[in-house]
Design a protein around this ligand. Structure first.
Ligand SMILES: [Zn+2]
Length: 480
């Protein structure tokens, strides 16, 4: 019989704090049915099934149990019992209605079996304790304490406070197996854990080695578990390190292309020249008005391989990387506007295609091997690790760049995009690539050819950098 409408699974745990097992189930005649095969394979022993007569044998809690496909009889040890309906054969398995099976389990094996609504699971032998294991995880910025629970506690029934290096947590209406949690805890910041059962509450105390600055807790409604987060006080070194991370004191300007690689060309106009002029103008403004160090990947008409550009940025301890390019598109003279790119988080096919044009310069490079597999999904993830840490800042900065273009240029913003530009891979700082206009659009081409228009672009970028630096400076003041 193959009246299967929906293959599904039922969550079952041996006890409250055991891991969840998923047992096959099916929807038949509007009931949920559970796979006897799968259940006994998971929770029983000596499982076997004879397909000549559809007889299933297994052991559960040292009792022999037998079910017969197509029959309403089942046997436990040598006693015969009767079900209100026959066992169904579905595929290679024997299925029984879930509510019937729970009755069988309750009668013969698990007297206290219960269904836990929050975790949507059947617990075969629920314990008498509502709290389970306490686990302590050290994080770089503090400590996370996780307490397993088999019921959903109300936040109002929990209380947290601290005194003299101790953190106290009380859960009213809870109980815990004190002996089971009495292992020796010595995890980094915590050197003592005390667990006590009072009349109607559980009292947890944690002694911290180092000062903590703040703490809170939350209750996970999916798992019932309670999580306490304790943030440690930052050491002087960490504050200095963190501050220097946000301090925009060195800006790396990357004029796209150069030397034997002219970039997009139309008539006498070369992308490499436009990009270099904008970068030089921008650099001068930054040095004169912002007092930051400016590093150029090139200051002249020189060929620099793509891989070398983020390396120059890293070697100079850059805090912001701006790569300037000019766009071009075949057969679409009407297309114009600015685009600013972030490195795509994944090497998706689309992101790689978009980047193909700017990446194609590697064909002019002598040692192309170093790019081998760089854009394969797995290599890409590794290669872009350095950049991912700065994704948020790169995005903030890219937004500033595009909005400042809108303020100053007669062009239009085509918005933020993501692509797998090699020049952005590996830079350990917020990084963007900006396409300042289309050389293939007549009006924009005429503009880009003018010094005054390129100055407007440089000024827009300057404004964006100024705003970004101001924001980052604010963050530094927030670091205690
Ligand atoms: Zn380019």
């Amino acid at each position: 019989m193959t009246n299967v409408l929906l293959a599904d699974s039922i969550k079952i745990r041996r006890s409250s704090f055991d891991s969840t097992e998923y047992v096959f189930s099916s929807q038949l005649y509007n009931y949920k049915w559970i796979s006897l095969n799968h259940f006994f394979k998971t929770f029983g022993n000596d499982f076997s099934i004879n397909y000549d007569n559809w007889t299933l044998n297994a052991k559960l809690k040292n009792h022999k149990i037998t079910f017969y496909g197509g029959s309403a009889y089942y046997k436990i040890d040598d006693n015969l019992y009767h079900l209100p309906m026959p066992i169904e054969r579905v595929g290679n398995g024997l299925y029984i209605p879930l509510f019937e099976f729970i009755r069988v389990l309750k009668t013969h094996f698990y007297k206290t079996i219960k269904y836990n609504k929050t975790i949507d699971a059947i617990i075969l032998t629920p314990g008498k304790y509502s709290l389970g294991l306490i686990s302590i995880n050290e994080l770089s910025n503090g400590t996370m304490i996780n307490i397993e629970a088999d019921t959903l506690f109300n936040k109002q029934h929990c209380k947290i406070w601290d005194n003299d290096g101790w953190l106290y947590f009380t859960i009213y209406g809870a109980n815990i197996d004190v002996n089971k949690t009495k292992e020796k805890y010595s995890y980094g910041h915590i050197n003592e854990v005390d667990v006590r059962q009072a009349n109607e509450s559980v009292q947890l105390s944690f002694k911290f080695r180092n000062k903590f600055s703040s703490y809170d807790f939350h209750i996970n409604e999916k798992t019932n578990s309670i999580t306490i987060n304790v943030r440690k006080e930052k050491t002087k070194d960490e504050v200095v390190k963190k501050r220097s991370k946000w301090l925009i004191d060195t800006i790396v300007l990357d004029a796209g292309h150069g030397g034997k690689d002219p970039g997009t060309v139309l008539g006498r106009l070369h992308e490499k020249d436009i990009a270099l002029d904008i970068v030089l103008q921008l650099g001068k403004m930054l040095e004169n008005n912002l007092g930051v160090k400016v590093v150029y990947t090139r200051k002249t008409d020189k060929f620099i391989p793509l891989w070398k550009r983020p390396q120059i940025a890293n070697a100079n301890n850059g805090k912001l990387f701006v790569s300037v390019h000019v766009n071009g598109v075949d057969n679409s003279p009407g297309t114009y506007g600015t685009e600013t790119y972030l490195l795509a988080p994944r090497g998706t096919k689309k992101a790689i295609e978009i980047a193909a044009k700017e990446n194609s310069v590697i064909q002019l490079e002598k040692n192309q091997d170093r790019y081998k597999n760089m854009l394969s999904p797995q290599q890409y993830i590794l290669a872009t690790m350095a950049q991912r840490e700065f994704m948020k800042e790169s995005l903030e900065f890219a937004q500033l760049v595009e909005s400042n273009y809108s303020n100053r240029l007669t062009s239009k913003s085509r918005g933020l995009r993501q692509a797998g530009f090699i020049v952005l891979i590996g830079a350990s700082m917020p990084s963007i690539l900006t396409e300042v206009g289309f050389i293939t659009n007549k009006k924009e081409r005429n503009n880009l050819a003018k010094y005054s228009y390129r100055k407007k672009i440089a000024t827009s970028l300057y404004d964006a950098i100024l705003k970004f630096k101001t924001e980052q400076d604010k963050k530094i003041n927030e670091i205690r």
